[in-house]
Design a protein around this ligand. Structure first.
Ligand SMILES: [Zn+2]
Length: 282
């Protein structure tokens, strides 16, 4: 399944290519969307912004129309230069949006719906997000405050689960969850109630730094794929990119202890940590 941060990158790439441009072609394989498009055509509207919300990618058009697509399992948006050959067959195409020089194609998605600002606000499906790590308006203080607030309401919640909760803070995927906890020296299985304000700040600061670096490293890709490099260590060789993620049994790059892995939360996501650098705290 695409990661939160991958959907972020997708949204930002689409935003860069499409925002401010008028739609010249709109096609869809979704019957409900197609009939809505017959009544209120997308063609002629301007793409205002593209936003990621959890596993959803939202495209905002002028005159209060929003296309919400869920990236469930295999769904993916590709971005092509107009006329460029698609990497997947036309039979997998679910939505095409063409704006002048670019063509955004949604493949394999099973859920897409049109919204207005109002229906979106009322939707129980599309999540309302916490502060967005990649937003220009994001601050360490706002992120730390969001964690603090959640910790008060859910003192028993585990750090690694909370870092993935897009309603608390939006943007982190499973890879950076482990990397962020490592950067702050926080054992990801600790309860939220055990965190100090300083530890929360450190995690938020690392989250912002890693996410920004990751987005920057993928910024020049024309096509959005789900295999983009993620980089959190400063080393350039690929094997040394991450501190703990997928390094189970290998030596910690900081202290040499063996990196651990355990499934965490109701979704059993893999969590990696160094038992020395991220000691247990009751
Ligand atoms: Zn270590």
């Amino acid at each position: 399944m695409p990661e939160g941060d991958t959907i972020y990158r997708t949204a930002r790439t689409l935003q860069k290519a499409l925002a401010g441009k008028a739609v010249t072609v709109f096609e869809t394989g979704f019957a409900k969307i197609a009939s809505a498009n017959d009544d209120k055509p997308v063609v002629g509207r301007v793409v205002e912004k593209v936003e990621a919300r959890g596993k959803w990618c939202l495209i905002f058009f002028s005159d209060d129309l929003i296309l919400a697509t869920h990236m469930l399992m295999s769904g993916s948006w590709h971005l092509y230069r107009t006329g460029e050959r698609w990497k997947l067959p036309r039979s997998k195409m679910r939505v095409v949006i063409t704006c002048a020089d670019f063509q955004a194609v949604l493949f394999n998605a099973q859920v897409a719906e049109f919204h207005t600002e109002r229906s979106l606000a009322r939707s129980s499906q599309v999540p309302k997000l916490g502060p967005d790590v990649l937003a220009n308006t994001f601050s360490i203080a706002a992120g730390a405050q969001a964690l603090q607030k959640y910790a008060k309401q859910h003192p028993e919640a585990e750090v690694g689960v909370v870092l993935l909760n897009q309603r608390v803070m939006a943007g982190l995927g499973n890879v950076y969850k482990s990397e962020v906890a490592f950067a702050a020296g926080v054992n990801p299985f600790r309860k939220m109630s055990t965190l100090t304000p300083r530890e929360m700040e450190k995690m938020v600061e690392a989250a912002q730094r890693y996410m920004k670096a990751n987005v920057a490293s993928g910024a020049s890709e024309g096509i959005v794929t789900y295999t983009g490099m993620r980089r959190t260590t400063r080393a350039m060789d690929q094997g040394a990119r991450l501190w703990v993620y997928r390094r189970q049994g290998q030596e910690c790059r900081r202290c040499g202890a063996a990196v651990q892995m355990r499934k965490q939360g109701t979704q059993a996501r893999s969590t990696y940590w160094c038992p020395e650098c991220q000691p247990w705290v009751e």
